[in-house]
Ligand binder design. Sequence first.
Ligand SMILES: *Cc1c(COP(=O)(O)O)cnc(C)c1O
Ligand SMILES: *[C@@H]1O[C@H](CO)[C@@H](O)[C@H](O)[C@H]1NC(C)=O
Ligand SMILES: *[C@@H]1O[C@H](CO)[C@@H](O)[C@H](O)[C@H]1NC(C)=O
Ligand SMILES: *[C@@H]1O[C@H](CO)[C@@H](O)[C@H](O)[C@H]1NC(C)=O
Length: 378
Amino acid sequence: MFIICLFTVDLNLVNPEQECVYFCGNSLGLCPKKAHDYVNVEMDKWAKQGVQGHTKGDLPWAFCDEKLDSDMAKLVGGQPGEVAIMNGLTVNLHLLLISFYRPTPTRHKILCESKAFPSDYYAFASQMRLHGYDPESSMIFVEPRKGEYTLRTEDILDKIEAEGESIAVVCFSGVQYYTGQFFDIPTITKAGHEKGCYVGWDLAHAAGNVELHLHDWEVDFACWCSYKYMNSSAGGLASIFIHEKHKNTDLPKLEGWWGHKYSTRFQMNNEHDPIPGAYHYRISNTPGLLCAPLKASLEIFNKTSMPEIKAKSKLLTAYLEMRIKNKYPRIPNHIADGTSTDWKHVPCRYSYKQIHLCFINQTEEDQLSFFNQHHPCV
Ligand SMILES: *Cc1c(COP(=O)(O)O)cnc(C)c1O
Ligand SMILES: *[C@@H]1O[C@H](CO)[C@@H](O)[C@H](O)[C@H]1NC(C)=O
Ligand SMILES: *[C@@H]1O[C@H](CO)[C@@H](O)[C@H](O)[C@H]1NC(C)=O
Ligand SMILES: *[C@@H]1O[C@H](CO)[C@@H](O)[C@H](O)[C@H]1NC(C)=O
């Protein structure tokens, strides 16, 4: 395997015999080896201990998310109390918009990228309708310039400058799902704040992929799933980030009993006593079975750090690009080329317009062929 020639790989974590390299981690990360065992532990606990499983074992279900969220926070640059593990991604985006999207006749817009992920688009549009606003006039976009695929930061800043007073929320993806563009989160966040907007980020393709410093960047809110770059299984638990500065503000929220302090939660007296910070957003009790594969994944991430992962990822990505260009000299540049030559803004992801890159067959050392499920791509 060529990867072994370049880097030290822990052979306990990979199968050196495999003939294909998986390139769909942007859609669904592969299963960490320990995930099976950890899920089985929870299954056995349920079978043998029933309700006692809520407080027993390494992942007591009543606190299973709390066992993992500091490791999760580390990956996105969150402080203790700023991150909660809960629900699915789009559900969380809705819960956050309930707090941060409070449209008024003079400030009712959401600014996003023109090709926002459909689920985010639907969340924005339905939130607007919920408040009696029309997405036609309340949703505004930044589009790539003619002949370009990615957005220029200056164009995003110009849009904020021009329309900022009427924008309630600026919400982009951290890394664009289609182009792989890594947006300049601190600069855009600052520009939004200067116009009095809340600024939030959907980090589905950024979390576990690029270095993030959500606390230092003063991001108001963020959400991400964990089944893409974070290998937590299909539909695995998502997360939210709420900046510390909002810890004691009385932004409206949809509440449930899991946002209530543990010490008094089970008095069942209908007097909500919320945990300040991100936990206040938790509504339901957390599924222990979904925490198990997430634990297996976070343990691996926890052995290293995002800067180390990024350093390796840049080398691997550059090596892949070299192989592609050697083998297919006529292939056009990947679509983020030209707009982000700065490595800081290149995630571990190349998007090519012509090929849908799914798997690479590298059985023979000099052979590199791309194919997806249906037909060869190149
Ligand atoms: C993957 C992805 C989603 C998927 O949302 P789910 O609620 O997890 O199904 C939403 N938004 C973005 C930007 C994504 O990349
Ligand atoms: C996540 O899956 C990718 C493949 O998509 C794999 O390369 C990576 O090692 C996995 N990481 C963890 C922590 O399991
Ligand atoms: C992650 O690593 C830190 C030390 O860097 C350690 O304190 C923590 O317990 C680890 N988490 C897990 C789940 O192993
Ligand atoms: C990969 O290439 C080898 C050698 O050409 C071939 O035998 C094998 O079937 C290919 N695998 C896939 C999944 O196409």
